[in-house]
Write a protein that binds this ligand. Structure first.
Ligand SMILES: C[S@@+](CC[C@H](N)C(=O)[O-])C[C@H]1O[C@@H](n2cnc3c(N)ncnc32)[C@H](O)[C@@H]1O
Length: 348
C-alpha cells in the first residue's frame, strides 16, 4: 500500500479518501446475516402470521413458537432491506417482498427461501470445494447430496418444496414463451413429481405426456397428475435416462436436470434422447445459462450453489452447444423466460 502526505500533514492512509458508494456496496454484498434472517422468518411462517395485518414481535412469537425479544431483533433487521415494515408502535407488516413468502400466495416463493441447514453447512465449506475436486457437500456430510436427500426426510421435504415453488413460477413463463402447438407428445425427463408436465397438459387438452423419473420418485407424481385432471393423458415411467428414454415424443423436456451433471453425463443423456426421438423432434433444456457479460446473472450464482452441492455446473451457450453437438444435436435457440431460459435443440 502506498502512503501520500496531504497538505494538512496527515497521510492518506490515516485519512483515506473514502469511496463511500463502494464501501456501502461492499457492506451490502458481504452481508450474510440478511439471507439467513430471511430464511428464519420463512421457517417460522412469520409472513403467514402477518397475512391479517400488522402485529408486534411478542404477539407473533406466541403464535409461531419463538422468543419474543429475539424475534423482534430478527424482524427489525429485515426492515431496511424492504422485507418487512415496522411502525412506531413496533408492529411489523408485510411488504410486497414478504407477501411472496406466504404459503397461500398464488405465486408463493416460500419454498425457495427455506432454511436448509445441510446446504448452508456445505456453503460454509465452499472454500474446500474451490480448492479441491471434492464437493463441499460431500466434504461436510460424508455423502453425496442425493444420498443425503434420500436418507434425511426433513431435507427431502425442503428440497421438494423448493422445486414446487420454482415450478409455480416457471409453468406460466414456459407456457408463455414457447409455441407448444406442434407438440402432440411431450416427454418430461427427470420430471420429478409432475408439476411442469401437469401444467402444460392442462393448458393443451390435445397433448399427451410421458413423465420419466427414477423408480423412487416417478410413482409419487400419480396423485398430482390425478389432482390436476391429466393422469389419463400422462404415462408415468420409472427409469434411468442414462439407459433409455421413451420413444415417440415430439418434444423432450429436461427442466433443472443438466445443472446437476457433468458435461459428459449431459451428453450421455442427450444421446439417449437422440436415439429415441423422431428426426424432427425438439429437445428443450431449462437450465441456468451463464451470461458472457458482467450483469446480474442468476446462472452464475446458481453455478456456485451447484459447485458446493455436487459435480454439476451451469453452462454458457457455447458450452451447451458443445454438449448438444456431442449427441448429434444442434442448439437452435435460447429463449428467455424471465428466469432460467429454455434452450432448444434439434437433430444436427
Ligand atoms: C433438480 S430435479 C428437477 C425436477 C423437475 N424437472 C423440476 O424442475 O422440478 C432433477 C430430477 O432428475 C431426476 N433424476 C436424476 N437422475 C435421474 C436419472 N438417471 N434418470 C431419471 N431421472 C433422474 C431426479 O430424481 C429429480 O427428480
Amino acid at each position: 500500500m502506498t502512503t501520500e502526505t496531504t497538505s494538512a500533514g496527515t497521510t492518506a492512509e490515516q485519512n483515506p479518501p473514502a469511496d463511500v458508494a463502494a464501501m456501502n456496496q461492499l457492506v451490502r454484498i458481504g452481508d450474510y446475516v440478511t439471507p439467513i434472517a430471511l430464511r428464519v422468518v420463512v421457517e417460522l411462517r412469520v409472513p403467514d402470521a402477518l397475512a391479517g395485518g400488522p402485529r408486534t414481535a411478542d404477539d407473533l412469537a406466541a403464535e409461531v413458537g419463538a422468543h419474543g425479544p429475539s424475534l423482534y431483533r430478527v424482524l427489525r433487521a429485515l426492515t431496511a432491506s424492504g422485507v418487512l415494515h415496522e411502525d412506531r408502535g413496533h408492529r411489523f407488516a408485510l411488504t410486497p417482498v414478504s407477501d411472496l413468502l406466504r404459503e397461500a400466495h398464488p405465486y408463493s416463493m416460500r419454498g425457495m427461501y427455506r432454511l436448509s441447514p445441510a446446504d448452508l453447512h456445505a456453503m460454509a465449506e465452499l472454500e474446500h470445494g474451490v480448492r479441491h475436486e471434492e464437493s463441499a457437500f460431500e466434504h461436510v456430510h460424508g455423502m453425496s447430496f442425493w444420498e443425503y436427500t434420500a436418507t434425511h426426510p426433513e431435507h427431502h421435504e425442503r428440497y421438494q418444496h423448493n422445486m414446487w415453488s420454482m415450478a409455480t413460477l416457471e409453468i406460466p413463463a414456459v407456457l408463455r414463451v414457447y409455441d407448444w402447438s406442434a407438440t402432440r407428445t411431450l416427454v418430461d425427463l427427470g420430471g420429478g413429481t409432475g408439476q411442469m408436465i401437469a401444467g402444460i397438459l392442462k393448458e393443451h387438452p390435445g397433448m399427451r405426456g410421458v413423465l420419466l423419473d427414477l423408480p423412487d420418485v416417478a410413482p409419487h407424481s400419480r396423485s398430482l397428475l390425478e389432482r390436476e385432471g391429466v393422469l389419463d393423458r400422462c404415462e408415468i415411467v420409472s427409469g434411468d435416462f442414462f439407459h433409455s428414454v421413451p420413444a415417440g415424443g415430439d418434444t423432450y423436456l429436461l427442466k433443472r436436470v443438466f445443472y446437476d451433471f457433468t458435461d459428459d453425463e449431459c451428453t450421455r443423456i442427450l444421446r439417449s434422447v437422440r436415439s429415441a426421438m423422431h428426426p424432427d423432434a425438439r429437445v428443450l433444456v431449462l437450465d441456468g445459462v451463464v451470461r458472457s457479460d458482467n450483469r446480474h446473472d442468476s446462472g452464475k450464482l446458481h453455478d456456485l450453489y451447484v459447485l458446493a452441492m455436487g459435480q454439476g455446473r451451469c453452462r454458457s451457450k457455447a458450452e451447451l452447444s458443445a454438449v448438444f453437438a456431442g449427441a448429434g444435436l444442434r442448439l437452435t435457440r435460447v429463449i428467455p423466460t424471465g428466469a432460467f431460459p429454455l434452450v432448444e435443440g434439434r437433430a444436427a
